[in-house]
Design a protein around this ligand. Structure first.
Ligand code: SF4
Length: 247
């Protein structure tokens, strides 16, 4: 009788931290270096990330561009909510996102720095995360993206792809995306360029190889240390259909 594999997910934290470093190196070899350079200004990043929830990047960008045709941030706050919802209709759930975006903008406008968020660069990370997640409509993923992408703060955004790949490989047990932020950050060094590159390359890997359904395990550079591959071979089930390996 063959022995069951010892899964990563039951290994102690230092071993799973080492596994993440190995994944970082493997994915870097596969997809290349990703220098940490802000891709857009912080307010753009913040509002676009809200628009990106359950929306592909083309529709997110189209929604953002049309939103900005309403005017500056003050004008968007003052616009009828229906007009904001119409402007962002390419994003999913525009009726719920429109009032959240207006409430977020209102809270930022009324804060001491106004629409300038640069104070987040100096604030302790914990406080910066709290300030952002206290805004209506801003969750831990959006807050982490703004802090890492715009201010090179040591946080680790976990989107659906980052979450899926890590759960299948077994660096973290099955848990929600929210909880995965803390669990993964606890295993990673406080090194913003590494965190950025790992995030971007995991996202790419989740889009191209470790897809939600029918992951391409035989083409995967992580398969030799992947829990899901050890259990299922190249027949890893769709992410939501069957629980991935857990402790
Ligand atoms: S081996 Fe398969 S399940 Fe594991 S990370 Fe690669 S693609 Fe995903």
């Amino acid at each position: 009788m063959s022995e069951s594999p010892v899964l990563n997910v039951v290994r102690p934290a230092p071993e799973r931290a080492e596994l993440l470093q190995w994944m970082y190196a493997r994915l870097r070899d596969e997809y290349g270096e990703k220098p940490l350079e802000p891709r857009r200004d912080p307010m753009h990043e913040l509002i676009s990330t809200i628009l990106s929830q359950r929306t592909n990047w083309r529709d997110e960008d189209a929604a953002y561009q049309e939103l900005r045709t309403l005017g500056d941030w003050d004008a968007i706050i003052a616009a009828p909510t229906e007009a904001v919802a119409h402007a962002i209709r390419r994003s999913n759930y525009p009726e719920s996102k429109a009032p959240r975006i207006q409430a977020t903008l209102r809270a930022i406008r009324d804060a001491p720095g106004g629409y300038n968020l640069d104070f987040l660069r100096e604030l302790p990370v914990k406080d910066a995360l709290k300030w952002l997640t206290d805004l209506p409509g801003v969750g831990i993923k959006t807050a982490s993206l703004v802090l890492l992408f715009n201010y090179a703060r040591p946080v680790f955004p976990v989107d659906t792809h980052v979450h899926r790949v890590n759960t299948r490989v077994g660096t973290i047990p099955r848990m929600g995306e929210q909880a995965a932020h803390r669990a993964l950050l606890g295993l990673l060094p406080p090194d913003p360029p590494l965190l950025y590159e790992l995030h971007i390359n995991l996202l790419k890997h989740g889009q191209k190889v470790c897809t939600w359904s029918r992951p391409r395990c035989l083409q995967c550079v992580l398969r030799e240390r992947c829990d899901a591959f050890a259990l299922y071979g190249d027949r890893v089930p769709s992410f939501s259909e069957k629980a991935p390996p857990s402790a």
